[in-house]
Design a protein around this ligand. Structure first.
Ligand code: F6R
Length: 252
């Protein structure tokens, strides 16, 4: 089942998403959170930091597993997703860094690293709540449109459109890694609950096709239609091509 919440704008989406994640941590203080990077969750992480600073949230027992990491970038590289997570969240809350996990994009054997990561998620007891953004092409994690849904953590070749979209964060497009390690669609689907956030007009087609179109590996996020507990929090712009009538929340 998918519940779609319409938020007025990016700030309202971020606030609502932070409340959702905070409620998970309050319900189960030692929960396993699956986390995402990118522009979309920055506001959500800011709100989570604020809740921690206000003494309303305790991260001391929380475990995290991130969706993906670029191949070739070490954790101290400012463009790596490990660096992103430290900068926007982990360095500012009372989480134990040893309980935070991101794939190692510099591992000698990337294949073994994928297997290790998949086992790690299992050993933690699985993901309680997985936070997702969505690519303009409907990707989740770095699972790009393909002929079949990926099942487990794997090496992914990034599409031209993803490299283009992500180049804004690099000095030059030639510096954007062309490969990443990412949880598979199957890994994501094994999370008990999923929260997908989206903002802005660039996401309109992806949101419409994922939740109102056919289930197809050409739109990786469409697999979420088969998950039993998905919440989408998106702003008005991102939802502009979905017919929600006058409702601020619908169930599809
Ligand atoms: C990042 C990730 C990606 C992003 C997606 C949207 O960890 O998994 O799927 O969520 O590319 O990125 P933004 O938020 O930058 O538009």
């Amino acid at each position: 089942m998918i519940r779609i919440y319409k938020a007025k704008d990016y700030e309202a989406m971020s606030h609502m998403a932070a409340d959702f994640i905070a409620s998970q941590i309050i319900l189960k203080p030692n929960c396993v959170l699956g986390l995402a990077t990118g522009t979309t969750p920055i506001g959500t992480y800011n709100w989570l930091r604020k809740k921690y600073e206000d003494g309303r949230l305790d991260f001391s027992e929380v475990h995290t597993v991130n969706l993906d990491e670029y191949v070739g970038l070490a954790g101290d590289d400012p463009n790596s997703y490990r660096y992103f997570m430290n900068t926007y969240l982990f360095d500012h809350v009372n989480i134990d860094k040893f309980s935070t996990h991101v794939e190692d994009g510099t591992a000698k054997s990337l294949k073994k690293e994928c297997q290790r990561y998949e086992k790690l998620i299992r050993s933690l007891g699985g993901v309680d709540l997985q936070l997702l953004g969505i690519g303009n092409n409907g990707h989740i994690g770095f699972c790009e449109p393909a002929d079949a849904f990926s099942r487990v953590t794997h090496i992914e070749n990034l599409t031209e459109s993803t490299i283009q979209a992500n180049s804004r964060l690099f000095e030059d497009i030639s510096q954007v890694p062309t490969r990443a390690l990412t949880m598979g669609v199957g890994t994501i689907m094994r999370a008990r609950r999923i929260l997908l956030i989206a903002s802005g007009s660039a996401k309109q087609d992806a949101i419409r096709d994922s939740f109102f179109g056919d289930i197809t590996p050409r739109v990786p996020a469409s697999a979420l239609q088969l998950h039993q507990d998905v919440t989408v929090i998106a702003d008005e712009e991102a939802l502009a091509k979905c017919d929600m009538g006058d409702d601020d929340v619908i169930v599809v």
